[in-house]
Design a protein around this ligand. Structure first.
Ligand code: GRF
Length: 204
């Protein structure tokens, strides 16, 4: 059976990308990575993709006059690669409504909090400041509002008394590396649908 052609957009380290690369390395996994694209030409994640023999592109947002022209170049590369699904994995550009609607229901993000709690940056510091007992991460369909959209999977981790931003981030990241490939598997297997703005996961 054909595997779902998946593009991954990154800006940095790419540890979630690595988890996706590792999952797709199994020929029985229902998705394959057709392109890794970074808006930062020096992103370490591009080296991970190269090491795995995957097609890479650097499209620097700095070379474009506005968001729309940058996004048009990104969409061009995604379409040229035949991407059927686009995963944001630490992609640090806010996307316009135009791009989000073009890729509606084919654009996924992972965010290091239990959304709708703590959208935006510095999630772990804010979770600790708020004194929550549970932190975690969320894989969700992207909508025009930042870090909003129907939730596909979440994983929770318990916050301990001596947690720091770093220790909490590390434990959440471990969970990210599990749920992002799992969400990709569910989507590629056709088990994820959206009804009334909410995700229904078959077998969940
Ligand atoms: C992750 O915490 C992800 O949830 C967030 O950005 C971080 C990216 O980390 N969106 P990495 O580049 O995948 O290591």
């Amino acid at each position: 059976m054909a595997r779902l052609k998946t593009a991954v957009l990154i800006s940095g380290h790419g540890s979630n990308l690595q988890a996706l690369i590792d999952a797709c390395a199994d020929p029985a996994f229902p998705a394959e990575i057709c392109l890794v694209l970074s808006n930062k030409p020096g992103a370490a994640g591009l080296d991970r993709a190269k090491a795995a023999g995957l097609p890479i592109k650097a499209v620097s947002h700095r070379e474009f006059a506005d968001r729309e022209s940058f996004e048009a170049a990104v969409s061009f590369e995604l379409e040229a690669a035949g991407a059927e699904l686009v995963l944001l994995a630490g992609f640090m550009r806010v996307l316009t409504e135009g791009f989000v609607s073009k890729w509606q229901d084919r654009l996924i993000n992972i965010h290091p909090s239990l959304l709708p709690a703590f959208p935006g940056l510095d999630t772990h510091a804010r979770a600790l400041e708020a004194g929550v007992a549970q932190a975690g991460c969320t894989v969700h369909f992207v909508r025009a509002d930042v870090d909003a959209g129907p939730t596909i999977l979440q994983a929770a981790v318990s916050v301990t008394n001596d947690d720091t931003e770093e220790s909490l981030a590390a434990r959440v990241l471990e969970q990210e590396h599990k749920i992002y490939p799992e969400a990709l598997r569910l989507i590629a297997d056709g088990k994820v649908t959206i009804s009334d703005g909410k995700v229904i996961v078959e077998d969940a």
